[in-house]
Design a protein around this ligand. Sequence first.
Ligand SMILES: *[C@@H]1O[C@H](CO)[C@@H](O)[C@H](O)[C@H]1NC(C)=O
Ligand SMILES: *[C@@H]1O[C@H](CO)[C@@H](O)[C@H](O)[C@H]1NC(C)=O
Ligand SMILES: *[C@@H]1O[C@H](CO)[C@@H](O)[C@H](O)[C@H]1NC(C)=O
Ligand SMILES: *[C@@H]1O[C@H](CO)[C@@H](O)[C@H](O)[C@H]1NC(C)=O
Ligand SMILES: *[C@@H]1O[C@H](CO)[C@@H](O)[C@H](O)[C@H]1NC(C)=O
Ligand SMILES: *[C@@H]1O[C@H](CO)[C@@H](O)[C@H](O)[C@H]1NC(C)=O
Length: 609
Amino acid sequence: MRVILTVLCFLSYYFCCCFPAAVAVKSAQYHSHSHSHSRPHSYLKAVNVWPKPIKLQWPQPKVTSLSADFTIKGPRNHQHLVAAMDRYLGVIRSEHHMPLVNPDVTISNSNPLEVLLIKVDDLTAILQHGVDESYNLTIHDVTSKAVLSAKTAWGAMRGLETFSQLVWVGGGREQLLIPVGLDIWDSPMFAHRGLMLDTSRNYYGVEDILRTISAMSWNKLNVFHWHITDSHSFPLLLPSDPNLAVRGSYGPFMQYTPADVVRIVRFGLDHGVRVIPEIDSPAHTGSWAGAHPEIVTCAGMFWWPAESEWANRLASEPGSGQLNPLHPKTYQVMKKLIKDLVSLFPDPFYHSGGDEVIPGCWTTDPDIQTFLANYNSTHNETTTNGLSRLLEIFVNSTLPYITSYNKTSIYWEDVLLDSTIRVEDSSVLPPEHTILQTWNGGPLNTKRIVSSGYRVIVSSSDYYYLDCGHGSFPGNDSQYNQPPGTDQGNGGSWCGPFKTWQLIYNYDITYGLTEKEKRLVLGGEVALWSEQADSTVLDSRLWPRASALAESLWSGNRDDSGKKRYAEATDRLNEWRYRMVSRGVRAEPIQPLWCVRNPGMCNTLHASG
Ligand SMILES: *[C@@H]1O[C@H](CO)[C@@H](O)[C@H](O)[C@H]1NC(C)=O
Ligand SMILES: *[C@@H]1O[C@H](CO)[C@@H](O)[C@H](O)[C@H]1NC(C)=O
Ligand SMILES: *[C@@H]1O[C@H](CO)[C@@H](O)[C@H](O)[C@H]1NC(C)=O
Ligand SMILES: *[C@@H]1O[C@H](CO)[C@@H](O)[C@H](O)[C@H]1NC(C)=O
Ligand SMILES: *[C@@H]1O[C@H](CO)[C@@H](O)[C@H](O)[C@H]1NC(C)=O
Ligand SMILES: *[C@@H]1O[C@H](CO)[C@@H](O)[C@H](O)[C@H]1NC(C)=O
């Protein structure tokens, strides 16, 4: 019943801007109980930009209307900036965002705002890691114009987004309003602000990916890390080796064609979002066996033989298969694949995967068994073990090929930190060509990586994994059949519990690092592994939790005094989530609507125990 009422309430708010009588009375009662509860700075609701800009000044909070002829003027000789300017003009004119809490501001009698002027210093800067994304935005009070200046087109796109979020509908009449006399100086704290999506365990349509990239750009996230393939399916149709997808995808309607990739990459550029592909290898490659059975070990075998120890599993989850580092054809396939990938994806970063190489899978292969026996007879325990040597051979035979295309390769942390199979000869993983992405061990593994001299991208599963907390997916699992009263622990999810937006927001990715080590932290990514997700739940799994990451990596999670600002962020995130929903992304709610309409009334004022 409560659910139905909320839905009704939302619907009526969207479509006729009024509330069902019962709800209106209820909130009126609460208002009378709380009339002494003042709403300081409620005008600040008028500048609800997410992520919050680094610096914003609005000394005399006044707003003006947006002229019916409002326009955006800027350089027309940069195709992606032109696409962004045209798109934002459409958004600004058509969005008609009505804040959940109406800002209490003075409407100035200055002229309506006529134009946003965009100035860009360097239109040649390409979208890549570390490109200057700073911008300044001034909305003048008297001259009826706004000026957005940026070093690059990509910074201009960030400023356009900020501008679009400053517009709302109010003032009694259906008019578009915007703050005037306002100055913003803004630039990101971390250059790499990403979202990883796994499209192998379950497939997502191109439209799902485009919608995700749009929503990323609203949040100033700039890296779409596309975990395209895994053991479960190989949906990418490669020009030089189409059989990988023909035999390895879930079917002809669950593939990405080269034209789809071109469209996604271009859409990313139009939104200032880099697209980094990941073809995970040598593990997580069971799906390659359809096209190339001879190069995949343990493909199609049951992942965890009955009665055996976890150490003797063939894969970390159902769906086994690893590339054989000793088979020459492995490298023929890899080279054709890498060549196709570098021509489809222009970004200078390329993700090679490299996680969870499992001994039991490789040792099912007779050639590998022979190699290991020979290796053992000529080496002893003080040297690299034979299995790690196999990984070194694989990396040493593929990474130089990737770097020959001037690409920097990202690997999951396992290639350095796995307890059994890792690269021990550092000449194989040169830090100048290699970035490691951490997912285990929280701040400790970040520290281990940077103290070894590698740049790091933080995706700690303790904080940033959006799939956690939904139980485990293997069937026939007796842990769910326990006597009543049994402690349910993490509910079967290896990385449970669910990662709340607050947990994500508050995580400091440079925790415990020296100043020198901090400089090797490029940024972070939230990750959605898709064993239990597809397009039906995509938006709500991602949003607004990815927004929490976005703000904490753009302008941080602290206020000017250095105090964590999660309390104040709650109200802003509510409002932002609501605007994202009206823009067409089904972000999940973080509070009852009642809390939003009764600011402060839902807060905790004591340490929760
Ligand atoms: C923004 O303004 C500051 C100070 O006025 C200036 O130093 C900076 O270069 C400007 N940034 C951009 C992107 O124009
Ligand atoms: C090789 O030696 C390691 C210990 O160094 C041992 O665990 C492994 O079983 C040996 N493998 C073979 C194939 O002999
Ligand atoms: C192990 O091998 C290294 C190098 O081959 C050698 O120096 C060392 O003496 C060997 N140790 C043992 C215990 O055999
Ligand atoms: C890596 O490959 C290069 C070139 O083939 C070779 O010279 C080097 O010894 C290899 N390194 C290792 C650790 O295998
Ligand atoms: C790699 O970069 C170098 C130096 O910038 C350039 O000369 C070379 O042509 C590039 N190679 C490729 C394959 O892009
Ligand atoms: C379910 O698991 C039990 C062991 O816990 C096993 O005996 C049984 O065969 C399994 N059933 C199926 C259908 O896999």
